[in-house]
Design a protein around this ligand. Sequence first.
Ligand SMILES: *Cc1c(COP(=O)(O)O)cnc(C)c1O
Length: 375
Amino acid sequence: MINFNVPPCCGDELGYLEQAIKNRKICGDGEFTKKCNQWMENRFSAQKVLLTTSGTTALDMATLLCDFQEGDEVILPSFTFSSTATSAVLGGAKLVFVDIRPDTMNIDETKIEAAITPRTKAIIVVHYAGVACEMDTIMEIAKRYDLKVIEDAAQGVMSSYKGKALGTIGDFGCYSFHETKNYSMGEGGALLINNPLYNERAEILREKGTNRAKFFRGQVDKYTWVDFGDSYLPSELNAAYLWAQLQRADEINGNRLCSWNAYWNAFSPLQDAGKVTLPTVPEGCVHNAHMFYLKCKSLEERTALISYLKERGVMAVFHYIPLHSAPAGLKYGRFHGDDVYTTADSDRLVRLPLYYGLTEEDRNTVIKAVCSFYA
Ligand SMILES: *Cc1c(COP(=O)(O)O)cnc(C)c1O
């Protein structure tokens, strides 16, 4: 069986885990956490990076730092994971879903402005499959209406838009290091803060409402409870695992891109023949091969393809059920404008096996199976 995903492991993970244990420091913010934060700050030219317990809690931190008030609204796509929405709900905001564009499955930037009301406070964009949203347009709208922008870049680590790393363009960026993502620590994530005004509040929020971070830097002589907070620090054990991955980030990225490109080349003739639709990577976007998907003609065809592949030992999977049609989506949000692509295109999308270390042989099995389905 060719799995849809295999969690990444580069070989140095055990050694770093052992080192973390020997350091006698396994709670948060030790050597490995600091190394990971600094690596990301340098590599992505990020003002500040804080490891978190998940991509979801990074999003939670971002929405809490936005300080929404009762009745405030947040604009976001419906074609996304529940975390994008549930973080805004935690922050106290109402959800306003807008349609996606079919070429990238990202929020349609041309439909955002019409969804803005006097209560709109933020836009949460999702860089689906590690391909950037049209950020110049989105940032220009946000500036004009004085809105915060949160980038759900859970899938976008190592991707960029016009030379800027995803996660560093809006006010906040959120990464995920879940085992299904390109770089992993089991469960984990990171918050990228692009405006230094939020640094201190973020540290307090992450450290149970205390000014402990300031205390460790020697800026106060004892630490105390100063504000609302929660616990968002991952263990050093998780950070040690991630450190091994970050050190091999280019190797992992290159390996994934190689598989992605092979799929692309193999399925281009199917697209030319009008049988499937392949993803688009717009000009100026550099992607990280987080995902390879194709779109079938219909839901029925997709169901048939998935079971055909399964019979041949290939695990292919569909993706999100649009949030606006889910029970919690109905409760917390509304869809603005027409749902032209969100439901129709999510029904047709299928993801193929893609992970660090996928062998050429397995990749060819996937390619052959898809091609024979369409032959
Ligand atoms: C994976 C993912 C998340 C959640 O990340 P976790 O680390 O699993 O909490 C949020 N948004 C998107 C778009 C994701 O793909």
